[in-house]
Design a protein around this ligand. Sequence first.
Ligand SMILES: *Cc1c(COP(=O)(O)O)cnc(C)c1O
Length: 370
Amino acid sequence: MVDLHSQYLGIKEEIDHAIQQVLDSTAFINGPEVKLFAEELGKYTGSAFVIPCANGTDALQIAMMALDFQPGDEVIVPTFTYVATVEVIALLGLKPKFVDVLPDTYELDPAGLEKALGPKVVGIVPVHLYGQCSNMEYILGFAKKHGLKVIEDTAQAIGAVYTFSDGRKAQAGTMGEVGTTSFFPSKNLGCFGDGGAMFTQDPVLAEKLRMIANHGQKKKYYHDSIGVNSRLDTLQAAILRVKLKHLDRYSASRNEVADRYDQAFANHPNINPPKRAVNSTHVFHQYTVQVEGASRDELKDYLQSKGVPSMVYYPVPLHLQNAYLEFGYHSGDFPVAESLCKKVLSFPIHTEMEVSEQQYIIQTVLDFFK
Ligand SMILES: *Cc1c(COP(=O)(O)O)cnc(C)c1O
């Protein structure tokens, strides 16, 4: 699905040098690279404050803690996403209020917000799934009207640019109260282990996020709030500083791969290529099609037998996962998500894809339907 080895070889000298420098300094925790990376990522994204942490799941949890979400409060979240988003909601004693997604762009369906609203709802977590922004103009307007906080889960969409109707542009993760992201190796900006970050434009909130990520302390051994231990390793920060310089090039490569898939599958009766949102650029964390009028699972097995990997992101919507049945949702509650779980299939997409490799993948997909 991804080719992290070839990607590493392409920047090996820079990466090895960066790693060696950290080894020589032995400043493994909170070394200077952590702060430098945060500053550089802030410049890149247009976020006034970037607070690094240990992973994207922690980032979501710390964001909800910093926004003072209290046990019993409810948080609106799409049911068609990675589990991390809803996991931290449940862990903090909050309650997920699920909404459906749009069948063409896979993003949170704004029409579902009104229905999910209630007196206990305190926030919305739009997930910029597969690499493009949700309808932030509507979501932010809705949140403002109802006094809700917005946490953007940008784990899959770092670098995507959203354009508001007045022409203003903003990057994924910089529009809500807090944005969260992950540097898991296969993410668009991935390190060589775990890593994550939070974005905010608000200096007070930035201070709170930083404090909670550091055991609730501003001054060492003086704890003002209950916090967690969530840090980005210096080694990972050093690697990310190198990879950030290549991120635009990587996003462009992913778009080239997506364009070639789009062309190959345009007008195919059984393969429905992903639609691009009109007001967001796409960074194609995943290239996810819908299989129509044929068995998605048989196609997946066939591809595997020919040496072509493919993945189902995600096979079960969160409202129907065993762990979250206690929240009282049922089959049929979110028909789009439930149907997508049966139809979606993601094809390999990465920054080092050779045209010949991709031609083989495309031909194998087409052969299945012959
Ligand atoms: C990867 C991912 C996360 C979690 O990131 P980790 O760093 O693995 O904790 C959260 N949300 C979404 C949508 C993701 O894809």
